[in-house]
Design a protein around this ligand. Structure first.
Ligand code: NDP
Length: 399
């Protein structure tokens, strides 16, 4: 490979991906950052002072425009960190140009949110026939959480039985209400029904119905709510010994109260409404008035903790294992002008791209990250800003 990457999406995550790739000139020899608003690409490029990266304007819904851009720049790999609505059209453009593909969130239809890999997995044969790779869900969750699970399976268990993924953001950005990544995607994700996997079936709950206090390392106890997250789909398929798999996320009372009000007054709806003769989608309008996640970093204080608790058997004995990362909002702001949620997503996307460009992870077809050897990725997490820790024998998430 030539070491050329095209990053699509110049938001909170795109900023981190571009800056972290730029720090590895021997791997990422040429970088282009393209997005809908060229000024955002140019601002990020201007903050990368020690090397030049190319910028371009592109509408990722426009397949012809994407193909023209790819043919002009000829990247080995396209890193898609715009929005999940555009996954399929970008994958089509990659197929047509023979370009490898990486994303951090599963495809989502704008008017019928499903949070599933189906449409992307169905492209398996086409990617294999084209001799290229699509690497899905290479952020933190999904992404590192799936790699943690693969690492636990490889090194610590003969049989994994119970998986609990926990995602805590104990940071304070000083705004009354803001989302840490794209507001539209974030609010759609957390207002859906809860869902977890148990004994071969999916169990549905009302939104935020199941909760418990979890004692997060270096943070303390935080109320954590069960919600559905997309890595549960691939992990339960890839690790059939799992009897139960759940995902938990922390929310503060203040956040949930705002969200409840916004829901109750209809501001989180995705059906268009007519306002003064113009059709608007309430959630899209809400996004326009909420703080931009890319700009939250300035006064953000506190840490995140995302990790996996696995229970199962090793050498016939019961075992419980926890692996996690703490990321500090203030520290990553100093490094790349980002907040921790953008950072914890962008760094794994960069490492996944590095795995592909260096040939450490290779293959043709459509893959989830746990399909590959977790060890080199785990090593790179320690090197490039997301060090992890592990311990045995202490149960953080109750049954
Ligand atoms: P932002 O809203 O900050 O950034 C999205 C960027 O994509 C913006 O620059 C936006 O442009 C651009 N964009 C949107 N539509 C188009 C389009 N049609 N053509 C070209 N560019 C477009 O979102 P985030 O950076 O917070 O999130 C990026 C992705 O990362 C999302 O898919 C999100 O789901 C995913 N994510 C994954 C996580 C994980 O751990 N796996 C965690 C967090 C996020 P404009 O500025 O013009 O609006």
């Amino acid at each position: 490979m030539k070491g050329k990457v095209l990053i699509v999406g110049a938001g909170s995550v795109g900023n981190v991906v571009a800056k972290k790739c730029a720090m590895l000139p021997n791997v990422f020899k040429e970088i282009m950052l393209a997005s809908r608003t060229i000024e955002k690409c140019e601002r990020i490029a201007s903050e990368i002072t020690d090397r030049d990266i190319a910028t371009a304007q592109v509408d990722a819904y426009d397949k012809a425009a994407l193909i023209a851009l790819i043919r002009d720049f000829e990247p080995d790999l396209l890193i898609h960190v715009a929005l999940p609505y555009q996954n399929l059209v970008i994958m089509e453009a990659c197929l047509e140009t023979g370009t490898n593909y990486l994303d951090t969130a599963n495809y989502e239809s704008e008017d019928d949110p499903q949070f599933r890999y189906k449409e992307q997995w169905e492209m398996q044969d086409r990617f294999a026939d084209a001799g290229i790779m699509a690497l899905l869900g290479c952020g933190f969750d999904p992404g590192v959480t799936s790699i943690y699970t693969a690492y636990a399976a490889k090194h610590h268990f003969d049989e994994m039985e119970y998986l609990d993924i926990v995602d805590c953001n104990a940071g304070d950005h000083g705004h009354a209400f803001a989302t840490n990544f794209n507001p539209e995607i974030n609010i759609r994700e957390i207002t859906q029904k809860g869902k977890y996997f148990e004994n071969g079936d999916w169990v549905y709950t009302e939104p935020h119905e199941i909760k418990q206090l979890v004692d997060y390392p270096n943070i303390g106890e935080r109320m954590s709510y069960l919600l559905y997250h997309e890595e549960l789909e691939s992990l339960t398929k890839n690790y059939p010994s799992l009897k139960r798999a759940r995902f938990w996320m922390t929310f503060g009372e203040e956040y949930l109260t705002h969200l409840r009000v916004l829901q109750n007054v209809g501001m989180t709806g995705i059906e268009p409404v007519t306002y003064e003769g113009v059709e608007i989608v309430p959630l899209k309008f809400l996004k326009a008035v909420l703080p931009d996640p890319a700009g939250l970093g300035t006064n953000y204080e506190g840490k995140t903790c995302i990790g996996c608790q696995v229970k199962g058997k090793k050498d016939g004995e019961d075992r419980i294992y926890f692996v996690y990362n703490n990321c500090d909002h203030g520290e990553v702001y100093k490094e790349v002008g980002a907040q921790a949620v953008g950072y914890t997503t962008g760094v794994p996307a960069m490492i996944g791209a590095k795995m592909i460009l260096e040939g450490t992870w290779s293959g043709t077809g459509v893959f989830n990250v746990e399909d590959f050897d977790p060890d080199p990725f785990m090593d790179d997490l320690n090197v490039y800003g997301l060090p992890w820790k592990e311990f045995h024998g202490k149960q953080l998430v109750e049954d």
